[in-house]
Ligand binder design. Structure first.
Ligand code: FES
Length: 107
């Protein structure tokens, strides 16, 4: 494997953290299903793999009050999503075309 093949154009990190009952967290907002949906979507669009996109699980990203959250690198753009349409828009516009989805962005 060459050096290039071990890298990705984008990493997407989903907070899947589950906190104690009564404490807000991304897992309580459907982040596990969102992660699975996005991973499948990226794969089905042919965007997954070396040199392309990698969708990863993450622990708490320490912005629990703003969740559910994901962050896309290398741009370090944070998004708050609500449903699968939001996730699909991030995949289509940001991951496929490199265009930040401003309406979902969290500064
Ligand atoms: S639980 Fe998701 S950022 Fe902390």
């Amino acid at each position: 494997m060459s050096d290039t093949a071990s890298h990705f154009s984008h990493h997407v990190f989903f907070c899947l953290n589950q906190r104690e009952p009564g404490e807000g967290c991304c897992a309580d907002c459907g982040s596990v299903k969102a992660f699975e949906h996005t991973k499948a979507k990226v794969k089905s669009m042919g965007l997954a793999g070396p040199g392309k996109v990698r969708v990863n699980k993450a622990g708490c990203l320490d912005r629990c009050d703003s969740g559910p959250l994901l962050v896309v690198y290398p741009e370090a753009v944070w998004y708050r999503y609500v449903d699968n349409e939001d996730l699909d828009e991030i995949v289509e516009r940001h991951l496929r075309h490199g265009e930040v989805v401003e309406r979902l962005r969290v500064e």
